[in-house]
Design a protein around this ligand. Structure first.
Ligand code: SAH
Length: 228
């Protein structure tokens, strides 16, 4: 899979995309991530990428030309499944969207900044808009890294124990069961006996009951769409 990310502050993407599972997936060649600095495509000595908001409202707006130039260049090189804009008014990110995107070949993710991007970019170039939640962040970079992380950990081979991603919350439409590690007793706070029983069938049943109980209690609305 190849992900091209367009940003005016590429530094913001560096750490999240170069550590842990994403780094390993990149090193193994499971995903190629190319960050494009939109500023390099800006005009003039100042590499201008933003301009005043028509209508006079406060806040600068990302200009169409630099973004258009990069997207058109990339589209000539390969076919893209989606050209995504990170946006607070986009479709709310969920596990199904992450699953679907993890099967794609090539995607572009455009990070907005300032007051947002010229609406014509959204009207003519963008094929999908994704929000990470009903709140506003300063730029699309951190939201984009969340999308990348949610997708990349699902690519087979990205997580060493492949079944691990499948037992995460939301994969079956329910939350995941609680997890514990050693010591079995910490200051009298004990790990449930059943997990120490060594009986995989009983443990699996217990985990399922716990997951269902947790979902009913914390996120009952998930059960309406649950496949289980
Ligand atoms: N004026 C815009 C917000 C601009 S915030 C509005 O009110 O809708 C600057 C950039 O941050 C946006 O262009 C977008 O790329 C990103 N962003 C902000 N909140 C986001 C969210 N919840 N999900 C995804 N991207 C977001």
């Amino acid at each position: 899979m190849r992900i091209d990310i367009l940003s005016v502050v590429p530094e913001l993407l560096e750490s999240p995309l170069n550590h842990s599972i994403i780094k390993r997936a990149r090193d193994k060649g499971l995903v190629e991530i190319i960050v494009h600095d939109v500023r390099e495509y800006g005009k003039g000595n100042y590499r201008q990428v933003d301009d005043y908001n028509y209508g006079g409202d406060a806040g600068m707006v990302m200009m169409i030309e630099p973004v258009y130039t990069i997207i058109e260049k990339l589209k000539k090189e390969r076919k893209y499944d989606e050209i995504i804009y990170m946006s607070p008014d986009g479709d709310l990110l969920n596990q199904k969207m992450a699953n679907d995107m993890s099967c794609m070949e090539n995607i572009i993710i455009l990070c907005g900044h300032y007051k947002g991007i010229d609406q014509r970019i959204r009207d003519y170039l963008i094929t999908k808009e994704i929000s990470i939640g009903n709140y506003v962040t300063s730029g699309g970079e951190i939201p984009a890294t969340i999308v990348c992380d949610a997708i990349i950990r699902l690519i087979p081979g990205a997580i060493s124990d492949e079944t691990s991603a499948l037992s995460d919350s939301f994969q079956d439409g329910i939350l995941s069961a609680p997890v514990y590690t050693r010591p079995a007793n910490f200051n009298g706070w004990e790990v449930p006996d059943i997990l120490l029983s060594g009986n995989p069938k009983l443990i699996q049943e217990w985990q399922y009951e716990q997951a269902m109980e947790r979902t009913k209690r914390l996120r009952p609305e998930l059960l309406k769409n649950s496949r289980k």
